[in-house]
Design a binder for this molecule. Structure first.
Ligand SMILES: C[S@@+](CC[C@H](N)C(=O)[O-])C[C@H]1O[C@@H](n2cnc3c(N)ncnc32)[C@H](O)[C@@H]1O
Length: 312
């Protein structure tokens, strides 16, 4: 088993921002290496409770160990955090004091080369599934999607300038033999990007990110989930969301704005007819980013943006 060395991103900012307190009840939708969950349980001692979800059974096994000192105070559900409303209902929880999402992939998922998330692997299968029960893997995407869709995904989710030529090369290559390994995909990407544009970072970085987002449906339903999570907070409860991608961040910002907006009636009307009421206060007018000090020890935090809101 790979050594667990996930460093929780903006740990102090999340704990302070969520106003963790004894006796509180919290939801961590992206348990991962349990870095944030550990801090939530520690800071809500002696009696705070935590419900956590993750798609990755392997992460859950590791996390149970990491949290063992808090046995009896947490419940882990192997589930998509998008099932938040059902989980809340099933566990008979009226409202949470705090909810955390730390989106994307964890460093130990990336470090475990057998999972196929990392372009640093070689002959490992193209997989990238967080949940082994997911029928869609990176191999399926790369070998079955048409060129137009591949280009869209690589361009939109990876913000890759050379998306068109990468998609074309993928389709050309797979005509003779299916693309199976990380190395095969790396070679295709590298041959599709002119050498002079391969200076800043690994040429596969953006394409791998794009395929991973597609495989795990990372943007699907995020807006509705943020809305239902905000509504699942107690009055005064807080939600903190860390994103690593501009599209994710935009979705979170839009959902927060929607809930922060009061009456949307035309100003000329004497009384409100829309009935829309403000439901949250946005605490972070601008997203919080990692400090220089944190970036020195955790480069992964570089693109992280933290947004916090409070239920009113
Ligand atoms: C960035 S890591 C979280 C790290 C965690 N906060 C920590 O401190 O160790 C993201 C985790 O969320 C999980 N994940 C991603 N999307 C998910 C989803 N839709 N539902 C549940 N878990 C998800 C991934 O499997 C991964 O373990």
């Amino acid at each position: 088993m790979a050594e667990l060395k996930h460093i929780p991103v903006m740990k102090d900012e999340c704990i302070a921002g969520l106003k963790i307190k004894s006796g509180g009840i919290y939801f961590d939708g992206t348990l991962g290496g349990a870095g944030h969950s550990y801090e939530i349980l520690k800071n809500s001692s002696p009696d705070g409770k935590l419900v956590a979800t993750d798609l990755d059974e392997y992460a859950i096994e590791r996390a149970k160990d990491r949290l063992s000192e808090f046995d009896g105070r947490f419940k882990i559900v192997h589930s998509d955090y998008k099932n938040f409303p059902e989980i809340k209902k099933e566990l008979n929880i009226d409202g949470f004091d705090g909810i955390l999402l730390d989106l994307g992939v964890s460093s130990f998922q990336l470090d475990d080369k057998t999972r196929g998330f990392s372009y640093m692997a070689e002959n490992e299968e193209l997989d990238m599934r967080m949940d082994k029960q997911n029928p869609l893997s990176a191999k399926t995407v790369v070998n079955n999607y048409d060129e137009k869709r591949l280009k869209e995904i690589i361009s939109e989710y990876g913000e890759e300038k050379f998306a068109a030529s990468i998609a074309k090369k993928i389709v050309e290559t797979r005509k003779s033999k299916p693309i199976s390994t990380v190395k095969e995909l790396n070679d295709i990407i590298s041959s599709a990007i002119p050498k002079k544009f391969q200076q800043g970072g690994h040429p596969s970085k953006r394409t791998f990110q794009a395929i991973r987002i597609e495989v795990n449906g990372e943007l699907d339903g995020l807006y509705d989930t943020v809305i239902s999570m905000c509504r699942g907070l107690k009055k005064g409860g807080r939600i903190a969301i860390i994103t690593f991608h501009s599209l994710e961040d935009r979705i979170v910002k839009r959902a927060f704005r929607e809930l922060e907006t009061d009456c949307i009636c035309d100003k000329s009307l004497p009384v409100c007819v829309c009935g829309k009421k403000k439901e949250i206060e946005i605490i972070t007018k601008h997203p919080i980013t990692a400090t220089e000090k944190e970036l020195e020890i955790n480069g992964r935090a570089k693109s992280a943006k933290l947004r916090i809101a409070e239920r009113i």
